[in-house]
Design a protein around this ligand. Structure first.
Ligand code: GDP
Ligand code: IMO
Ligand code: MG
Length: 431
């Protein structure tokens, strides 16, 4: 398999985990390059459900190497918990096949405390973050006061950094946010213990990837979140603090763009979003409830009910452009079964004019009205389909419209959560 990228084209939770798990069959390595444990990637394999927050979704294949790139913010407690749970489930996750970049930044207790206190202080205008300390950790990275995984190997440096940072953070927590200050000794002791457990997993991810690519191994890059949660290209400020877009792979994993070959955008057959922010095709009616229930649209990380709406192709077209998508993977098509009519948003109307791309201004976005193309629905159960020809004609038309409007070919269609509930159109994707 040639090197591949899997990115979310909407607001996250498109089904990236399932697609990555499936494509891992043809890869030697799976790499995450941004985000943190705000991600929740679900796989259903052999009737068992696994949710990964940090470890790449390829980990269930025993012979594949999984890498956590420098672009991530890593909560050591969450990573160790994930390793322990996998070991309990009988999966081999030793340092020989799981590597954490020495340059990744660590989420500290004060990042989580600041995230929670800020959201509480904002009341109604909060972003609706996952509360995992993601934003505050990326802030420290940019401010050049972050604690990196490599610091776990130098206890003196680690302690000094924790104590220096906590002085400032406690002042901010107490005096500005009205929250409880944190105890430096407790944090130092806790992170010294994490250091013992995580040190064997540290490595130079960039070098490992370079050597793998040079010897003809195939690499799969796993995006987290989605293009419209991107801190530059998303619905700012209702976004995450990293860049989920494919271009970030170079900086977030330490590779050159010349090794990226196929860029696959995962598109849920409708739209969802968790947390606050503009959502032009949102359905606050019984159709929205129908999709939410059939799709079991609750967040894999926070358990929050996801907001649901019609498929917004203005959003997907933006993603096709920004990521340079070469193929689409459509997921959760089965969820739409049973609806009489389906709508696809093809353009927005803004102040009486038709527009084809999402505006940068939030207030303009709030004034955008969806222009829909209406299509017929289907009633047949499609979860057993394994070939396009086994889908009802209405479902085929729905897919064809997506291809025509976005201009990107569909390589894969998912019709259920399990690995096998998939129609693979482009055999290049699998070994
Ligand atoms: P991710 O964050 O992009 O990996 O997506 P999540 O795992 O957060 O959310 C996707 C959810 O949909 C998970 O519960 C998956 O098991 C489930 N899922 C994935 N593909 C399909 C599909 O084709 N049909 C149905 N019904 N569920 C799916
Ligand atoms: P996966 O990888 C969906 C959303 C949060 C919130 C905003 C900022 O599973 O697709 P943050 O905690 O990142 O500062 O929250 O981003 N968000 C996600 N929504 N899927 C995700 O990841 C998300 N990660 C963050 O709900 O609106
Ligand atoms: Mg998710």
């Amino acid at each position: 398999m040639e090197n591949m990228v899997v990115v979310g084209t909407q607001w996250g939770d498109e089904g990236k985990g399932k697609v990555v798990d499936l494509l891992t069959a043809g890869a030697d390595m799976v790499v995450r390059y941004q985000g943190g444990n705000n991600a929740g990637h679900t796989l259903v394999v052999g009737g068992k459900k696994f949710i990964f927050h940090l470890i790449p979704s390829g980990i269930l294949y025993e012979d594949k190497t999984c890498l956590i790139g420098n672009g991530l913010v890593v909560d050591p407690e969450v990573l160790l918990g994930e390793i322990a749970r996998l070991k309990d489930a009988g999966v081999n996750v030793g340092p020989q096949r799981l590597v954490l970049s020495e340059k990744a930044h660590l989420i500290m207790p004060y990042h989580k405390a600041i995230d929670a206190a800020r959201e509480a202080a904002k009341g109604k205008v909060k972003i609706g973050t996952t509360g995992r300390g993601i934003g505050p950790c990326y802030e420290d990275k940019a401010a050049r006061i972050g604690i990196r995984a490599i610091d776990l190997t130098e206890p003196g440096v680690l302690e000094e950094k924790i104590r220096a940072n906590l002085k400032e953070k406690n002042f901010y927590l107490e005096k500005f946010l009205g929250a409880e200050p944190l105890d430096a000794n407790a944090i130092v002791n806790k992170y010294m213990e994490f250091a013992n457990q995580l040190s064997p997993y540290l490595g130079d991810v960039s070098l490992i990837l370079y050597e793998a690519a040079s010897s003809g191994k195939s690499i799969l890059f796993e995006g987290a979140q989605g293009t419209h949660l991107d801190v530059d290209h998303g619905t700012y400020p209702f976004v995450t603090s990293s860049n989920p877009v494919a271009g970030t792979i170079c900086s977030g994993a330490g590779i050159g763009p010349n090794i990226l070959r196929h860029i696959i955008g995962v598109v849920k057959a409708y739209t969802t979003r968790v947390g606050a922010g503009p959502f032009v095709t949102e359905l606050e009616d019984e159709t929205g409830d129908y999709i939410q229930e059939r799709g079991a649209e609750f967040g894999s990380t926070t358990g929050r009910r996801r907001r649901c709406g019609w498929l917004d192709l203005v959003v997907v077209k933006d993603s096709a452009r920004i990521n340079g998508l070469t193929a689409l993977a459509i997921t959760k098509l089965d969820v739409l079964t049973g609806l009489d009519k389906l709508k696809i948003c093809v353009e927005y109307e803004l102040d009486g004019e038709r527009i084809q791309a999402r505006p940068a201004s939030l207030s303009a976005m709030a004034r955008c009205k969806p222009i829909y193309k209406e299509l017929d629905g289907w009633k047949e159960d499609i979860s057993g389909a394994r070939k396009l020809s086994e889908l009802p004609s209405e479902a085929k038309t729905y897919l064809k419209e997506i291809e025509e409007i976005t201009g990107v070919p569909i390589s894969l269609v998912s019709v259920g959560p399990a690995r096998e509930e998939t129609i693979v159109i482009d055999e290049l994707l699998l070994p």
